[in-house]
Design a protein around this ligand. Structure first.
Ligand code: DHB
Ligand code: FE
Length: 279
């Protein structure tokens, strides 16, 4: 049986790609952010995953505003990097795991989740940069299963539904007969808003509450409607829905292995957590 060995949740921001390309990890602006990642890499070296299920939002590459699936799952043998125009370097392609992807799709559709299945898919900074932060040599030692959540254009899936989607992913992985060790990543957030009157909005109080809830009270954020989450976290802060999917794949009780929080990275409050199932 495949096993979820833990979850990593982290922000994604295109500027991180530029900082990596320019080697700015020790620059005073970037150091507090990059310093969050060595403990993540130590943990990965210990848990040795075979597969990463990567929950993120597509930023207009596969799905533009004219076609917007609520949940989409990749089922390709390979995923190539593209981006929506921030001019950041392209990273090496990622191996897929079509057999596990199709199992996940069958299992979730079997539980009445309506998915879009993608036999071709390109991946953007929300997928590539968290991978590059975990494996800076960019020789990806894992196969990947991309899970896209619509955090972009209303109506968005509710926080409660995202949490339940994570629980459904966990059931699918537990039923997979392979012996794979799986890490689930959730990328995006925390509070930020790129557009409109509140551009630049950040809510540290909310972010810290949310991170605490991820460790100790995982359904806390499901009390909020999408409109309330936008108000609390910003129009792009709702990317925290990806964190909730990842959190839903773990049992109620988890061990917080590591956390980091830093403001700002570009326009974003950056958060990072590593959680392990408590068994
Ligand atoms: C920024 C944050 C994002 O989540 C994103 O997708 C693009 C840009 C930013 O803070 O610049
Ligand atoms: Fe984003």
């Amino acid at each position: 049986m495949a096993k979820i060995v833990g979850a990593i949740t982290t922000s994604h921001v295109p500027a991180i790609g530029r900082a990596i390309a320019k080697g700015l990890q020790n620059d005073p602006y970037w150091k507090p952010f990059f310093d969050g990642f060595p403990p993540v890499r130590d943990w990965l070296a210990k848990v040795k995953p075979d597969v990463v299920v990567l929950v993120y939002n597509d930023h207009g590459l596969n799905f533009f505003l004219d076609k917007m699936p609520t949940f989409a799952v990749g089922a390709a043998a390979e995923y190539r990097n593209a981006d929506e125009g921030w001019g950041i370097p392209t990273l090496p392609p990622f191996r897929g795991d079509p057999a596990l992807s199709w199992h996940l799709i069958e299992s979730m559709v079997g539980e009445d989740f309506d998915l879009t299945t993608c036999q071709e898919m390109v991946v953007d900074h929300a997928f590539t940069l968290p991978m590059a932060l975990c494996w800076p040599d960019m020789k990806w030692p894992v196969r990947t299963v991309p899970v896209c959540v619509n955090t972009v254009q209303g109506p968005l899936p509710s926080a409660a539904r995202c949490y339940r989607a994570g629980q459904a992913i966990a059931r699918a992985i537990a039923a997979w007969p392979g012996g794979e060790r799986v890490v689930v990543m959730g990328t995006g957030g925390l509070s930020h808003q790129l557009d409109g009157e509140r551009a630049g909005f950040i809510n540290k109080d909310f972010d810290l509450h949310f991170m605490e809830s991820m460790a100790t009270h995982p359904s806390w954020a499901t009390q909020y409607s999408t409109a309330e989450l936008v108000k609390l976290a910003g129009t792009q802060g709702v990317e925290l829905l990806n964190w909730l999917v990842a959190r839903g794949t773990l049992p109620e009780k988890v061990r917080k292995v590591h956390a980091n929080y830093h403001i700002p990275i570009s326009n974003t409050a950056s958060g990072l957590m590593v959680l392990e199932p408590m068994d």
